[in-house]
Write a protein that binds this ligand. Structure first.
Ligand code: C2E
Ligand code: CA
Ligand code: CA
Length: 851
């Protein structure tokens, strides 16, 4: 094993930084131990006073052997075999040990300085030389002094000691190299390294001794030797050319594969440039990227790993020539052009190859290598060609990554605003999470888009969105990821932060998005609401973006329903949401399995105490939540479009019940509540008519209750429907009266029979004179329009009495009865009512409530 073989493979250099000085120091200690006794012993050698040319010849031999190691292929592995044992054997055989050591060290130093390897590698290699020569001479001196008789020096008797010494040196150095590589990471087995280098050393030593014998045996010896060397040299040359081409091909193949695997991240390119440097056996390889979106970039790799190298100045003659000629090779000993020499000097290089990176007709940048290492001479034409091919691969890779980047961008971004889309936000939040910094989501809803779209067209709507996106980016603060998650809903990803900081960010965003927009000269006042969800300090980083986004959505929902600008998510909302979600998804099934039932609450006239009918109030017997009130689930199923199913079901049950009472000779009407959405169904009156028909129920026994606010919501829609229903003979009642804002004029036009004073006034009127005034006004107003007026929510006798004195027509409330399930309502009927006298021809009996 020799110094050349110890030059480490690139890529391990980083760890060789620590390992080499350490191993080298150990070797230097060992070699000192070997050398000191040798130098003290001053042994006799065949040439005690050699001619001057002897050390010179030895030095030349060493240098040649170091500079031109043989590349030998053994079982698909390329070994670098230096022949330096050859001169070492001859030197130790003939010359004084100090001279051999000094010459070897000096020539080694010369070679390494010329080769400009890193000082750590040089130190390692010199230490190997010291220990190899030291071991060789120490063994020879020791055996000599033990066996030699007197001052007589017999060359033939020195063969064995020399061979043993040199092989021992080789063993120590192989051991050192093997250990060094082992320390630098997983390496091949120490035994194999040693066996291999001992084998080559033995061959070379044998070769040297045989050669020496032949050389000195006769006059023709030298000729014979030289002839043999020439023949072997020629053989090796053709073999090594073959090897080189093979290595280039293999390298190209590996490079091509790495190029296709390299990602969009330019930092991954260091590995590629390292391969270029390796392939061309260059000191430094540089990639200049001139049209990166983030500006020009230079990626360079030198003997010690990545280098920071400035981009060559504009007009750099080498880059310019490369662009024009397609490639350039420049070396300081072959040009007199001042500009080129200056460009080389600026690179601290004497031999440079540059090829432009082209794809299509665009210049993407340049690939450059500087100074060959390990061998004398410049880069060859083959090298330039190789570099061009590698450059071609790189240009293609650049194109591909560009394409991938664009596709990725499109997949992760929203085309209208240029902000991230849902997917982009998810990826962003995952990145933040992996960095431990994902802390929350802010959602902002811009509640004006629908109006802009319908009034001004979609283009204007998009303008508005783009403007909002710009404001959002600016207001969210530098570096925060922002996106659009729904048509008019924006998101900001928050890092971990305390709640007041999150509120400050949210406030700034709300303020920015809430300022008026000017679209085509039209000033638009937006309405913005926001919801924030923050990761609890106790929650793990795995809280996915989705759950935080969901929470923020919930907070936003809460903000919308509470009519607040900003709501922060609280854990309790999650429970409500989960329940709501379950109710929505389970509703249809609940209808099918009969879990949706009716409770009945009686209505009574105040003068006659006559039971005018009952209101049907829906209940959900939920297996998990018990009896769920309509207040909780109706809004939810309204939003999901299941409200028609509810209405049909309730109507059906109510009509069936009316029919049963009718068959028993009882005249009990049922009031069914409507939701605003029911009125919007085009064939609503027909549906109701068909149901009446099916159950054979006269229409006047059915009352439909519509809240005041839902009649007012879309009067142009509901009015014709109500007229149809009214014309059919169905009773119509306006529920929750007083809470909406119906004008008197409007009320006059409504085809209704009854108004129900909202229970808030009825309950308030006992203590609040204002409420009392309102109740009185409603009663008078109703009567003046010829309507029946019912008070709902009557809980106290005082209230009932006051209502009677104000001539309210009827009451409904807990005072009389709570809403009851059918069996208990029947019991109530039986105990609390008696049939009224029937007028002649009247088949059904009204009921009178016992006082
Ligand atoms: P609503 O139409 O105003 O119904 C009257 C509500 O007041 C009922 O609540 C009833 O239990 C309650 N109530 C009756 N008397 C008193 C009283 O003296 N004091 C107090 N504090 N409350 C009283 P419920 O049953 O929880 O229904 C709530 C709302 O759900 C109803 O308000 C109605 O708008 C809606 N709803 C009920 N059933 C249906 C239905 O089948 N379809 C639709 N669309 N909505 C329904
Ligand atoms: Ca009602
Ligand atoms: Ca009501």
């Amino acid at each position: 094993m020799t110094a050349e073989a110890a030059a480490p493979a690139t890529g391990r250099q980083r760890s060789s930084r620590q390992v080499f000085p350490m191993v080298a120091s150990a070797l230097l200690v060992v070699s000192a131990g070997l050398w000191v006794p040798v130098l003290l012993a001053r042994p006799h050698v065949p040439l005690d006073h050699p001619p001057v040319y002897a050390p010179v010849l030895l030095a030349i031999a060493f240098i040649v052997c170091e500079l031109y190691p043989l590349r030998v292929e053994v079982r698909r592995e390329t070994l670098m075999v230096s022949l330096s044992e050859l001169p070492l054997v001859i030197g130790v055989l003939l010359l004084p040990p100090w001279m051999v050591g000094a010459v070897y060290l000096a020539s080694g130093l010369a070679v390494y300085v010329v080769r400009r390897d890193s000082w750590r590698n040089d130190m390692m290699n010199l230490a190997l030389i010291a220990v190899e020569t030291g071991a060789a001479v120490a063994v020879v001196v020791a055996i000599d002094s033990a066996t030699a008789a007197g001052d007589q020096v017999d060359i033939a008797r020195r063969y064995l000691p020399v061979a043993i010494g040199v092989l021992l040196g080789a063993l120590i150095s192989a051991l050192a190299v093997g250990v060094a590589y082992r320390l630098m990471g997983p390496a091949e087995s120490l035994l194999r390294v040693i066996a291999r280098s001992m084998l080559t050393a033995a061959v070379i030593v044998g070769f040297a001794l045989v050669g020496f014998t032949v050389w000195t045996s006769s006059m023709g010896g030298p000729v014979l030797c030289l002839g043999l060397v020439v023949v072997l040299g020629l053989l090796y040359r053709s073999y090594s050319t073959f090897l080189r081409q093979h290595a280039d091909l293999a390298g190209m193949y590996a490079f091509g594969r790495s190029v296709t695997a390299v990602g969009a991240d330019v930092d991954e390119w260091f590995g590629l440039i390292e391969q270029v440097r390796d392939q061309l056996n260059a000191q430094v390889a540089v990639l200049h990227l001139t049209d990166q979106p983030s500006g020009p970039r230079t990626i360079a790799v030198g003997p010690e790993g990545p280098l920071t190298i400035p981009m060559p100045p504009v007009g750099d003659p080498l880059l310019a020539t490369a662009t024009n000629a397609g490639a350039v090779a420049a070396s300081s000993d072959r040009t007199t052009d001042k500009a080129v020499l200056a460009a080389l000097a600026a690179r601290s290089a004497w031999d440079v190859l540059v090829v432009p990176l082209r794809s299509g007709d665009r210049d993407r940048g340049y690939l450059e290598v500087r100074d060959r290492r390990s061998r004398w001479g410049r880069f060859s034409d083959d090298d330039l060609q190789l570099l061009q091919t590698l450059g071609g691969h790189l240009a293609t890779a650049l194109d591909n990554t560009r394409l991938v980047e664009r596709l990725r961008h499109e997949a992760y971004h929203d085309s209208v605003t240029g902000l991230r889309n849902r997917l982009g936000l998810r990826v962003g939040s995952e990145q933040m999470r992996d960095a431990g910094g994902f802390g929350g989501v802010l959602l902002v809803q811009l509640n004006v888009l629908g109006d802009v779209n319908s009034a001004l067209g979609h283009d204007r709507g998009e303008q508005l969105l783009a403007a909002a996106g710009e404001r959002l980016t600016a207001a969210a603060g530098p570096g925060r990821m922002v996106g659009r998650v729904e048509v008019d809903r924006f998101a900001v990803l928050l890092e971990r932060m305390p709640e007041d900081a999150a509120l400050a960010v949210s406030g700034a965003v709300l303020e920015a998005l809430g300022r008026p927009y000017s679209v085509d000269g039209i000033e638009i006042e937006p309405h913005v609401v926001a919801g924030v969800a923050l990761r609890e300090p106790s929650e793990s980083a795995d809280t996915t973006r989705d759950s935080l986004l969901q929470r923020a959505e919930l907070a936003l929902l809460a903000a919308q329903t509470k009519d607040e600008h900003l709501v922060v998510y609280r854990a309790a909302m999650g429970e409500v949401y989960r329940r709501r979600f379950q109710l929505v998804t389970q509703f249809r099934r609940a209808v099918e399995t009969g879990r949706i039932i009716l409770h009945f609450q009686p209505k009574l006239t105040l003068t006659e105490r006559e039971l005018t009918g009952v209101e049907a109030l829906v209940r959900w017997m939920h297996p998990e939540y018990g009896l769920v009130s309509p207040a909780e689930f109706i809004e939810a199923i309204e939003a999901t479009g299941s409200i028609d199913i509810l209405f049909s079901h309730v109507l059906d049950m109510s009509l069936a019940q009316i029919a049963r009472w009718t068959r028993r000779g009882l005249r009990i009407g049922v009031a069914v509540n409507l939701s605003v959405r029911n009125l919007l169904a085009a064939d609503f009156p027909q549906t109701v008519a068909a149901a009446l028909d099916r159950h054979g129920v006269p229409p006047e026994l059915l009352t439909l209750e519509i809240t005041e606010s839902s009649v007012m919501a879309q009067p142009e829609h509901s009015l014709p429907v109500l007229r149809d229903l009214h014309a059919m003979g169905i009773q119509l009642s306006v529920d929750d009266f007083g809470t909406g804002y119906s004008s008197l004029a409007y009320l006059r036009r409504l085809p209704i029979d009854e108004i129900k004073i909202d229970r808030s006034f009825v309950q308030g009127m006992v203590t609040d004179l204002g409420d009392l005034a309102i109740v009185r006004a409603i009663i008078d107003l109703g009567h003046s329009l010829g309507l029946r007026v019912i008070a709902e929510g009557v809980e106290e006798e005082a209230g009932r009495d006051a209502l009677r004195s104000m001539r309210c027509d009827g009451v409904q409330g807990f005072l009389l009865s709570r809403p009851l399930p059918l069996d208990r309502f029947e019991a109530w009927l039986a105990s609390r009512t008696v049939p009224a006298e029937r007028s002649a021809g009247e088949p059904l009996a009204s009921l009178r409530v016992r006082g």
